[in-house]
Design a protein around this ligand. Structure first.
Ligand code: PHE
Length: 453
């Protein structure tokens, strides 16, 4: 079979397209579904402060490191490490990222399937006239049914595969450019409704008034995991996207804009969810179902709620889709460039394999709840392991690679576009990737293991 032709690789077409695609990857269910529920389980304000600190100290440097590796090598994560450091086992980090992509997409597509059910319910006016208890029961019986969550998940994976099948410029970039701005407008409207609910202030206090006495090793690890998960870093998604960025574009600005956009949307999601949680007497530590129970309650109480609910769930589907494509792309780029499988065939194989694991995940939330692994079902195991373990571990090695192995001049050359941009904080960036970020990640792990503190 002919070797992959690297001179003919697909790429992004415009600066705005790059930002839309990378922000599209970062902004997703991680911001709107996962951030509120994990913050709710971990004390609210204190969690938010630690999360923000990790975004700045670790998130931006890891993201810039990933873009640097990707654009330098113009390869998928596995191929990139092998090309940049031949004969050394760094490619294992690439492989770990590909494994993480399987895990993440498997559980992510479960939730993405739920968003399709909720879109369907909002079209069918299924929330109307229901009490908070009834909306909770509605969610539980949907989950327990087994078959519908699976059908929606398969449909969602089909959409994801369809876009990836079309390619980078005509698929990923084209859709992200239209869909992301729409998402922003909608979430702002929902925030306005939420903060004007009676009792909203309790929710805002929960989110913005940190109670530092609540900090535990678990909260710190969860905040780190959420920072990685939300920014799509630590597994090579942004190495892959970086490999489609042209040599003229500014990596530094892209990393900062994408991080800012992602963080902004997460905070907006918190502002949309927590006032409603308190206004409707929902437990903030409700878990994975939090968003699916609070939001229908809000829409019910809004003038024009039918319309806004419909738009919101449509956008949630879209936000999820611009993220799932970025995860699938990692696997497809690897299959097509390293295993010489034609891109279209690679898309089909990868999507089917991931969907099989994903269906097991979905069923583990409903009828097949046992056997538990530790105290978690399969869904929880994949979610916990990828966010709190694989991504931070991947990020740890990525910054070490850029800091100590890629060569300072190479890094400077790539980040400054061969000297075209003055990168003012370059020395500071090097200190972070060499020392600060790896030490911070290592400390969080040691603290969690009870070795520290
Ligand atoms: N960042 C995405 C979100 O917040 C999820 C994701 C994680 C995407 C890792 C790619 C890689 O929804």
């Amino acid at each position: 079979m002919a070797k992959f032709d690297f001179s003919n690789r697909d790429s992004f077409g415009s600066k705005i397209g790059i930002i839309a695609a990378a922000a599209g990857s970062a902004i997703g269910l991680g911001n709107i579904w996962r951030f509120p529920y994990v913050a709710g389980e971990n004390g609210g304000g204190a969690f938010l402060v630690i999360y923000l600190a990790f975004i700045i100290v670790i998130g931006i440097p890891v993201m810039l490191s990933e873009f640097t590796i990707g654009r330098r090598a113009q390869r998928n994560p596995f191929g990139a490490f092998r090309l940049l450091k031949p004969g050394q086992p760094w490619y294992l980090i690439g492989l770990m990222g590909i494994a993480a992509a399987f895990f993440i997409l498997a559980f992510y597509s479960t939730i993405a399937g739920w968003t399709l059910e909720y879109l369907y319910q909002s079209i069918a006016n299924g929330f109307s006239g229901k009490s908070p208890e009834e909306l909770t029961a509605m969610f539980n019986s949907f989950q327990a049914s087994g078959i519908w969550p699976v059908i929606w998940q398969v449909i969602f994976m089909f959409f994801t595969a369809f876009i990836i099948y079309r390619g980078v410029r005509n698929g990923i970039e084209k859709y992200a450019k239209i869909l992301m701005p729409l998402l922003l407008v909608l979430i702002i409207i929902i925030c306005i409704r939420s903060v004007t609910l009676p009792g909203a202030v309790d929710g805002l206090n929960f989110l913005f008034r940190p109670d530092f006495s609540k900090i535990t090793p678990k909260i710190i690890l969860e905040a780190l995991g959420q920072a990685f998960f939300s920014l799509s870093i630590g597994m090579g998604t942004l190495i892959t996207y970086g490999s489609y960025i042209g040599k003229k574009d500014n990596l530094n600005n892209t990393a900062i804009s994408v991080t800012a956009a992602d963080t902004f949307i997460a905070i907006l999601a918190g502002i949309a969810i927590f006032p409603a949680v308190f206004a409707f007497n929902i437990n903030p530590a409700e878990g994975e179902s939090l968003v699916f129970i609070t939001l229908p309650n809000i829409f019910q109480q809004m003038p024009g709620g039918y319309f806004w609910g419909l738009l919101f769930f449509l956008l949630l589907v879209i936000a999820a889709l611009t993220s799932t494509i970025s995860v699938l792309e990692v696997v497809v780029a690897f299959f097509s460039e390293e295993l010489n499988i034609n891109r279209k065939t690679a898309t089909i194989i990868a999507a089917i394999a991931i969907t099989i694991l994903g269906v097991c995940c979905t069923l583990s939330q409903g009828p097949l709840q046992n056997p538990l692994i530790g105290d978690k079902e399969l869904f929880g195991v994949l979610e916990w392991t990828s966010a709190n373990l694989l991504l931070p571990l991947g990020g740890f090695f990525i910054v070490i690679f850029v800091g100590w192995f890629l060569g300072k001049n190479n890094v400077r050359d790539e980040v400054s576009n061969s000297g075209k941009y003055r990168v003012r904080f370059f020395s500071f960036f090097m200190v972070i990737v060499r020392i600060l970020a790896p030490v911070a990640i290592a400390l969080v792990f040691l603290y969690q293991l009870g070795i520290l503190g």
